[in-house]
Design a protein around this ligand. Structure first.
Ligand SMILES: Cc1cc2nc3c(=O)[nH]c(=O)nc-3n(C[C@H](O)[C@H](O)[C@H](O)COP(=O)(O)O)c2cc1C
Length: 314
Protein backbone atom coordinates (compact mmCIF):
# COMPACT_ATOMS: atom_id res chain seq x y z
CA UNK A 1 0.00 0.00 0.00
CA UNK A 2 1.46 3.33 -1.06
CA UNK A 3 1.09 6.48 1.10
CA UNK A 4 3.34 9.48 1.74
CA UNK A 5 4.68 7.60 4.79
CA UNK A 6 5.61 4.44 2.89
CA UNK A 7 7.33 6.63 0.29
CA UNK A 8 9.22 8.62 2.93
CA UNK A 9 10.55 5.58 4.78
CA UNK A 10 10.73 3.12 1.88
CA UNK A 11 8.44 0.58 3.60
CA UNK A 12 5.64 -1.64 2.34
CA UNK A 13 2.80 -0.80 4.75
CA UNK A 14 1.88 2.48 6.51
CA UNK A 15 2.50 1.16 10.00
CA UNK A 16 5.24 2.06 12.43
CA UNK A 17 5.71 0.43 15.82
CA UNK A 18 5.79 3.00 18.62
CA UNK A 19 8.93 3.27 20.71
CA UNK A 20 8.18 1.60 24.05
CA UNK A 21 10.49 1.99 27.01
CA UNK A 22 11.55 -1.42 28.35
CA UNK A 23 9.76 -3.41 25.67
CA UNK A 24 10.91 -2.34 22.22
CA UNK A 25 14.37 -3.65 21.53
CA UNK A 26 16.23 -4.74 18.38
CA UNK A 27 14.35 -8.05 18.12
CA UNK A 28 10.94 -6.35 18.05
CA UNK A 29 12.05 -3.47 15.82
CA UNK A 30 13.67 -5.79 13.26
CA UNK A 31 10.65 -8.13 13.25
CA UNK A 32 8.28 -5.23 12.54
CA UNK A 33 10.54 -3.96 9.75
CA UNK A 34 10.89 -7.45 8.28
CA UNK A 35 7.09 -7.69 8.35
CA UNK A 36 6.81 -4.64 6.07
CA UNK A 37 6.24 -1.89 8.67
CA UNK A 38 8.94 0.10 10.44
CA UNK A 39 10.15 -0.97 13.87
CA UNK A 40 11.59 1.30 16.52
CA UNK A 41 14.10 0.72 19.31
CA UNK A 42 12.94 2.52 22.47
CA UNK A 43 15.91 4.32 24.04
CA UNK A 44 14.01 5.80 27.04
CA UNK A 45 15.55 4.74 30.36
CA UNK A 46 18.43 2.91 28.63
CA UNK A 47 22.18 3.46 28.67
CA UNK A 48 23.93 4.66 25.53
CA UNK A 49 25.86 1.34 25.45
CA UNK A 50 22.61 -0.64 25.42
CA UNK A 51 21.28 1.47 22.55
CA UNK A 52 24.54 0.96 20.61
CA UNK A 53 24.27 -2.82 21.06
CA UNK A 54 20.63 -2.82 19.98
CA UNK A 55 21.29 -0.78 16.84
CA UNK A 56 24.06 -3.23 15.87
CA UNK A 57 21.74 -6.17 16.58
CA UNK A 58 18.87 -4.69 14.58
CA UNK A 59 21.23 -4.12 11.64
CA UNK A 60 22.19 -7.80 11.82
CA UNK A 61 18.53 -8.89 11.91
CA UNK A 62 17.11 -6.75 9.10
CA UNK A 63 18.23 -4.97 5.97
CA UNK A 64 15.04 -2.90 6.08
CA UNK A 65 14.71 0.58 7.62
CA UNK A 66 14.16 0.84 11.37
CA UNK A 67 14.16 3.78 13.77
CA UNK A 68 14.92 4.85 17.33
CA UNK A 69 12.63 6.66 19.74
CA UNK A 70 14.41 9.44 21.65
CA UNK A 71 13.04 10.78 24.93
CA UNK A 72 14.37 14.31 24.79
CA UNK A 73 14.48 14.74 28.56
CA UNK A 74 16.68 11.66 29.10
CA UNK A 75 19.91 12.50 30.97
CA UNK A 76 22.03 10.86 28.23
CA UNK A 77 20.09 12.40 25.33
CA UNK A 78 23.13 14.18 23.86
CA UNK A 79 25.10 10.91 23.61
CA UNK A 80 22.09 9.02 22.24
CA UNK A 81 21.55 11.62 19.49
CA UNK A 82 25.25 11.53 18.60
CA UNK A 83 25.15 7.73 18.41
CA UNK A 84 22.03 7.63 16.23
CA UNK A 85 23.58 10.14 13.83
CA UNK A 86 26.85 8.19 13.71
CA UNK A 87 24.99 4.94 13.04
CA UNK A 88 22.76 6.62 10.45
CA UNK A 89 19.60 5.01 11.76
CA UNK A 90 16.84 5.56 9.15
CA UNK A 91 14.59 7.73 11.31
CA UNK A 92 13.80 8.89 14.82
CA UNK A 93 10.57 9.57 16.65
CA UNK A 94 10.99 12.32 19.22
CA UNK A 95 8.99 12.84 22.40
CA UNK A 96 9.10 14.20 25.96
CA UNK A 97 10.69 17.54 25.14
CA UNK A 98 11.13 20.15 22.42
CA UNK A 99 12.32 18.49 19.18
CA UNK A 100 12.94 21.74 17.25
CA UNK A 101 16.57 22.35 18.38
CA UNK A 102 17.53 18.82 17.29
CA UNK A 103 15.97 18.64 13.83
CA UNK A 104 18.94 20.17 11.99
CA UNK A 105 21.40 17.78 13.68
CA UNK A 106 19.46 14.74 12.49
CA UNK A 107 18.91 16.22 9.03
CA UNK A 108 22.65 16.83 8.60
CA UNK A 109 23.25 13.13 9.39
CA UNK A 110 20.52 11.97 6.97
CA UNK A 111 18.27 10.71 9.79
CA UNK A 112 14.57 11.43 9.16
CA UNK A 113 12.70 13.10 12.00
CA UNK A 114 9.19 12.22 13.21
CA UNK A 115 8.22 14.17 16.36
CA UNK A 116 5.19 13.05 18.38
CA UNK A 117 2.83 15.97 19.06
CA UNK A 118 -0.39 16.37 21.07
CA UNK A 119 -2.07 19.39 19.39
CA UNK A 120 -2.41 21.55 16.25
CA UNK A 121 -0.13 24.34 17.50
CA UNK A 122 2.84 22.03 18.01
CA UNK A 123 2.12 20.19 14.75
CA UNK A 124 2.38 23.49 12.88
CA UNK A 125 5.52 24.47 14.79
CA UNK A 126 7.47 21.30 14.05
CA UNK A 127 6.29 21.20 10.41
CA UNK A 128 7.54 24.76 9.92
CA UNK A 129 10.84 23.81 11.61
CA UNK A 130 11.51 21.11 8.98
CA UNK A 131 10.37 17.79 10.48
CA UNK A 132 10.00 15.04 7.85
CA UNK A 133 6.69 13.75 9.26
CA UNK A 134 4.92 13.75 12.60
CA UNK A 135 2.73 11.58 14.81
CA UNK A 136 -0.40 12.89 16.49
CA UNK A 137 -1.05 10.84 19.57
CA UNK A 138 -4.43 10.79 21.29
CA UNK A 139 -5.13 10.08 24.94
CA UNK A 140 -6.33 6.54 24.19
CA UNK A 141 -2.64 5.61 23.89
CA UNK A 142 -0.63 3.57 26.32
CA UNK A 143 2.11 5.52 28.11
CA UNK A 144 2.43 9.30 28.51
CA UNK A 145 -0.59 11.06 27.06
CA UNK A 146 -1.97 14.48 26.23
CA UNK A 147 -5.55 15.61 26.74
CA UNK A 148 -7.10 15.27 23.28
CA UNK A 149 -8.68 12.12 21.90
CA UNK A 150 -7.40 10.51 18.73
CA UNK A 151 -10.63 11.40 16.92
CA UNK A 152 -10.46 15.07 17.92
CA UNK A 153 -6.79 15.23 16.91
CA UNK A 154 -7.52 13.65 13.54
CA UNK A 155 -10.26 16.19 12.89
CA UNK A 156 -8.34 19.18 14.20
CA UNK A 157 -4.93 18.38 12.72
CA UNK A 158 -5.66 16.60 9.45
CA UNK A 159 -7.93 19.44 8.31
CA UNK A 160 -4.75 21.52 7.91
CA UNK A 161 -3.48 19.50 4.93
CA UNK A 162 0.18 19.38 5.98
CA UNK A 163 2.68 18.84 3.18
CA UNK A 164 4.50 16.19 5.22
CA UNK A 165 3.12 12.76 6.23
CA UNK A 166 0.94 12.66 9.34
CA UNK A 167 0.70 9.47 11.41
CA UNK A 168 -2.02 8.76 13.95
CA UNK A 169 -1.46 6.97 17.26
CA UNK A 170 -3.49 6.16 20.33
CA UNK A 171 -5.96 3.32 20.53
CA UNK A 172 -5.23 1.98 17.06
CA UNK A 173 -5.64 -1.72 17.79
CA UNK A 174 -6.85 -3.34 14.58
CA UNK A 175 -7.11 -2.96 10.82
CA UNK A 176 -10.45 -1.15 10.99
CA UNK A 177 -8.83 1.60 13.03
CA UNK A 178 -5.97 1.89 10.53
CA UNK A 179 -8.52 2.23 7.74
CA UNK A 180 -10.37 4.91 9.73
CA UNK A 181 -7.16 6.92 10.12
CA UNK A 182 -6.42 6.64 6.40
CA UNK A 183 -9.99 7.65 5.54
CA UNK A 184 -9.62 10.69 7.79
CA UNK A 185 -6.61 11.75 5.71
CA UNK A 186 -3.68 10.29 7.65
CA UNK A 187 -0.68 8.79 5.88
CA UNK A 188 -0.16 5.99 8.37
CA UNK A 189 -0.36 4.91 11.98
CA UNK A 190 1.90 4.30 14.95
CA UNK A 191 0.88 1.34 17.10
CA UNK A 192 2.30 0.45 20.48
CA UNK A 193 0.15 -1.94 22.49
CA UNK A 194 -0.66 -4.20 19.52
CA UNK A 195 3.07 -4.93 19.12
CA UNK A 196 3.50 -5.85 22.79
CA UNK A 197 1.38 -8.89 21.98
CA UNK A 198 3.93 -10.45 19.66
CA UNK A 199 6.35 -13.35 20.01
CA UNK A 200 9.28 -11.00 19.43
CA UNK A 201 8.40 -8.36 22.04
CA UNK A 202 10.58 -8.69 25.17
CA UNK A 203 7.70 -7.74 27.50
CA UNK A 204 7.24 -10.27 30.33
CA UNK A 205 4.74 -13.08 29.53
CA UNK A 206 2.69 -12.03 32.58
CA UNK A 207 2.40 -8.47 31.23
CA UNK A 208 1.35 -9.80 27.82
CA UNK A 209 -1.24 -12.06 29.49
CA UNK A 210 -2.59 -9.14 31.55
CA UNK A 211 -3.10 -7.07 28.36
CA UNK A 212 -4.79 -10.01 26.61
CA UNK A 213 -7.16 -10.47 29.56
CA UNK A 214 -7.98 -6.76 29.93
CA UNK A 215 -11.09 -5.18 28.39
CA UNK A 216 -12.20 -1.64 27.57
CA UNK A 217 -12.60 -0.31 31.13
CA UNK A 218 -9.42 -1.86 32.51
CA UNK A 219 -6.96 1.00 31.98
CA UNK A 220 -6.34 3.94 34.31
CA UNK A 221 -4.54 7.26 33.99
CA UNK A 222 -2.20 8.31 36.77
CA UNK A 223 -0.32 11.60 37.04
CA UNK A 224 -2.94 14.19 35.97
CA UNK A 225 -2.16 16.09 39.18
CA UNK A 226 1.50 16.30 38.08
CA UNK A 227 0.48 17.80 34.75
CA UNK A 228 0.84 14.77 32.51
CA UNK A 229 -1.09 11.54 32.47
CA UNK A 230 0.24 8.03 32.02
CA UNK A 231 -2.14 5.32 30.79
CA UNK A 232 -1.58 1.80 32.05
CA UNK A 233 -3.61 -1.22 33.15
CA UNK A 234 -5.53 -0.51 36.36
CA UNK A 235 -3.98 -2.43 39.28
CA UNK A 236 -2.86 -2.04 42.89
CA UNK A 237 -0.18 0.46 41.79
CA UNK A 238 -2.61 2.77 39.96
CA UNK A 239 -5.05 2.54 42.92
CA UNK A 240 -2.35 3.54 45.41
CA UNK A 241 -1.15 6.33 43.11
CA UNK A 242 -4.68 7.73 42.78
CA UNK A 243 -5.15 7.61 46.57
CA UNK A 244 -1.92 9.60 47.01
CA UNK A 245 -2.95 12.08 44.28
CA UNK A 246 -6.33 12.64 45.96
CA UNK A 247 -4.61 13.04 49.33
CA UNK A 248 -2.44 15.73 47.72
CA UNK A 249 0.93 14.26 48.76
CA UNK A 250 4.00 16.28 47.64
CA UNK A 251 5.10 15.93 44.02
CA UNK A 252 8.40 14.30 45.10
CA UNK A 253 6.49 11.50 46.82
CA UNK A 254 4.47 10.81 43.65
CA UNK A 255 7.63 10.83 41.55
CA UNK A 256 9.32 8.39 43.92
CA UNK A 257 6.24 6.15 43.85
CA UNK A 258 6.36 5.91 40.06
CA UNK A 259 10.12 5.47 39.70
CA UNK A 260 11.14 2.05 38.40
CA UNK A 261 7.56 0.76 38.11
CA UNK A 262 7.62 0.60 34.29
CA UNK A 263 10.51 -1.84 34.28
CA UNK A 264 8.91 -3.75 37.17
CA UNK A 265 5.57 -4.16 35.36
CA UNK A 266 6.18 -4.58 31.66
CA UNK A 267 9.67 -6.12 31.80
CA UNK A 268 9.78 -8.04 35.07
CA UNK A 269 6.11 -9.07 35.08
CA UNK A 270 4.90 -7.62 38.39
CA UNK A 271 1.49 -6.72 36.99
CA UNK A 272 0.13 -5.88 40.46
CA UNK A 273 2.64 -3.38 41.82
CA UNK A 274 4.33 -2.36 38.58
CA UNK A 275 3.13 -0.33 35.59
CA UNK A 276 1.87 -2.14 32.51
CA UNK A 277 1.35 0.69 30.04
CA UNK A 278 -1.24 -0.12 27.38
CA UNK A 279 -3.74 1.77 25.25
CA UNK A 280 -7.51 1.74 25.57
CA UNK A 281 -8.40 -0.53 22.64
CA UNK A 282 -8.13 -3.50 24.92
CA UNK A 283 -10.95 -5.74 23.68
CA UNK A 284 -9.25 -6.25 20.33
CA UNK A 285 -5.85 -6.81 21.92
CA UNK A 286 -6.21 -10.44 22.85
CA UNK A 287 -3.85 -12.61 20.85
CA UNK A 288 -0.07 -13.05 20.81
CA UNK A 289 1.28 -13.67 17.31
CA UNK A 290 4.53 -13.23 15.37
CA UNK A 291 5.00 -9.61 14.18
CA UNK A 292 4.78 -10.53 10.50
CA UNK A 293 1.43 -12.21 11.14
CA UNK A 294 0.15 -9.21 13.12
CA UNK A 295 1.02 -6.89 10.23
CA UNK A 296 -0.41 -9.21 7.56
CA UNK A 297 -3.69 -9.54 9.53
CA UNK A 298 -3.88 -5.78 10.18
CA UNK A 299 -3.43 -4.97 6.52
CA UNK A 300 -5.95 -7.60 5.41
CA UNK A 301 -8.56 -6.13 7.76
CA UNK A 302 -7.62 -2.56 6.79
CA UNK A 303 -8.01 -3.31 3.09
CA UNK A 304 -11.34 -5.10 3.63
CA UNK A 305 -12.58 -2.09 5.61
CA UNK A 306 -11.48 0.35 2.92
CA UNK A 307 -13.21 -1.79 0.27
CA UNK A 308 -16.41 -1.81 2.36
CA UNK A 309 -16.17 1.95 2.81
CA UNK A 310 -16.02 2.39 -0.96
CA UNK A 311 -19.40 0.61 -1.19
CA UNK A 312 -21.19 2.75 1.40
CA UNK A 313 -24.23 4.43 -0.14
CA UNK A 314 -23.90 2.60 -3.48
C1 LIG B 1 4.58 0.02 27.25
C2 LIG B 1 4.64 1.32 26.50
C3 LIG B 1 5.79 2.09 26.58
C4 LIG B 1 5.87 3.29 25.86
N1 LIG B 1 7.03 4.01 25.91
C5 LIG B 1 7.18 5.10 25.10
C6 LIG B 1 8.42 5.77 25.02
O1 LIG B 1 9.40 5.39 25.67
N2 LIG B 1 8.51 6.85 24.20
C7 LIG B 1 7.43 7.29 23.45
O2 LIG B 1 7.56 8.29 22.72
N3 LIG B 1 6.23 6.67 23.51
C8 LIG B 1 6.10 5.57 24.30
N4 LIG B 1 4.91 4.88 24.30
C9 LIG B 1 3.83 5.28 23.35
C10 LIG B 1 3.91 4.45 22.06
O3 LIG B 1 5.05 4.77 21.32
C11 LIG B 1 2.67 4.67 21.15
O4 LIG B 1 2.58 5.98 20.70
C12 LIG B 1 1.39 4.26 21.87
O5 LIG B 1 1.55 2.99 22.43
C13 LIG B 1 0.21 4.27 20.90
O6 LIG B 1 -0.98 3.89 21.52
P1 LIG B 1 -1.50 2.36 21.56
O7 LIG B 1 -0.71 1.72 22.67
O8 LIG B 1 -2.94 2.49 21.88
O9 LIG B 1 -1.20 1.76 20.23
C14 LIG B 1 4.78 3.72 25.05
C15 LIG B 1 3.61 2.94 25.01
C16 LIG B 1 3.53 1.75 25.71
C17 LIG B 1 2.28 0.93 25.59
Amino acid sequence: MKTRLTELLGIEYPIIQGGMAWCSDAALAAAVSNGGGAGIIGTGGRTTEWVEEQIAKAKSLTAKPFGCNVMLMAPNVKDIIELICKEKVAFVTLGAGNPVPHLATFKAAGVKTIPVVPNVKLAKRIAAAGADAFVIEGMEAGGHIGTQTTMALMENVLANKFDIPVLVAGGIGDGRAIAAALLMGADGVQMGSRFILTDECPAHPKAKAAICAATDTDSAVTGWSRGHGVRSLANAFTKLYHEKEIAGVPMEELMALGTGTNRMGIFEGDTVNGTVMAGQSLNVLNEIKPCAQVIADLMKECEATLARAAQIGK
